[in-house]
Design a protein around this ligand. Sequence first.
Ligand code: ADP
Length: 442
Amino acid sequence: MGEGSRSTTDGTRERQRVLLVCAGVILALALADRLTLGTFAWRPMVVRLLWAIFVTATALNLGGAGRVRTRELMLALAVFSAAFYAALAALTGGVQSPLFHWMLALPVAIAVVIQDHPAAIVGSGLTMLAGGLGMLAAADASPALCGQWVGQATIMVLLAAYVSGSYGRLHAREAAARRAGADADTRARASEAAIAARDEFLAIAAHELRTPLTSLLLQLEAVERNLSNAPGGTLTEVDRQRIGASARQASRLSGLIDGMLDMSRLTAGRLVLNFDEVDLAALARDAAQRFTPDAAAASCVMRIDLPERLVGLWDEARLDQIVTNLIGNAIKYGAGGLIEIQARGDAETIQFIVRDHGIGISAEDQERIFRRFERASGQRQHPGLGLGLWITSELCKALGGRISVSSALGAGAAFTVLLPRRSPAALESLKLKIPAGEPPRG
Ligand code: ADP
């Protein structure tokens, strides 16, 4: 059963309970008639019985009523209750009966019992007015008295209608807020499911693409080698360039697929780290060396400022990924300027910085670019998935550290990686690897 229908059923039950209590009170007050008349009389008792039966029947009917029928039932209940009450007042002494004055309170009482049906309250008010005026006319009341009574009765009906209208608006607002909450929940669940489906698709696609691509790269290398070694013929420069370009595109594709695979591992918490003693200074020098042709092609100059050795317990392949991602981005977004690669450290922590003097990143984009698939605005000319920095940041976290950026649009960017030399995770993993008795290195 949905939230909406459950709350409707609860509301119906509540209303049924109140109506049955009302029926009980109507019967119990038969004693009041006896006091008013000074003697027992059947006619007021029969009217009370009819009234109580009518209220009870309405309460029972509510159970199976739809919204429209509920409205009609409530209108009928209000009109007949007012008529029964007027009949009682007439039978117990007309305008002299105390019930006659209490009639004025009837619309307010009905407004309390059936709050969200203003039409029913107005209906009961009009019936009460007609009943009261009938009794006043039967008692030959003066027009001034009739006018006064009609004035008071009208004020009571308006008050009751106002109370009911306010309740109705309040209920509508509460229901809308509940519906909005339920809608937001449904949307959140749908988008979580969509994200999970997308991640699963990416993981499968990356995995399936990896195998043929590796084979394609090997085939390209073999073709290049065979053609160069073929007797009597060497490759023309154009062919060599074509094969080189195909190999570069294939290895770029391979890098993108590796990124997707890393993403799915990180998202699923399946990243396995192999901690060992690693020299970050040597690793960064190597990486810079590997990037020399790319930097030259982008007209960038790399300046290296690294200590002789900077050793810690890290996962070498993942640390290399952090370093190459940052240098690769510096070349990509460095606008042909100087790229500075620096590192330093104390006994506990090391700091690795890659600074470029390129296009820079606006303050609004600086936090966003570390999220998955997020790229700074206006980057159409540089291809990319927006995954590299997210992976880098997740790897830094996995090694116990963090990454930050300091930049301004058009003024270059400096990415700083802070890593503990021996994170608790590294020490824990080495403790598991090294047999008892042998002290860990580093
Ligand atoms: P990609 O480069 O594939 O888009 P990244 O996650 O590596 O993905 O980078 C996310 C975004 O951060 C980039 O699209 C770019 O807008 C911005 N960015 C990263 N490095 C730099 C940099 N050195 N200078 C300027 N912008 C950068």
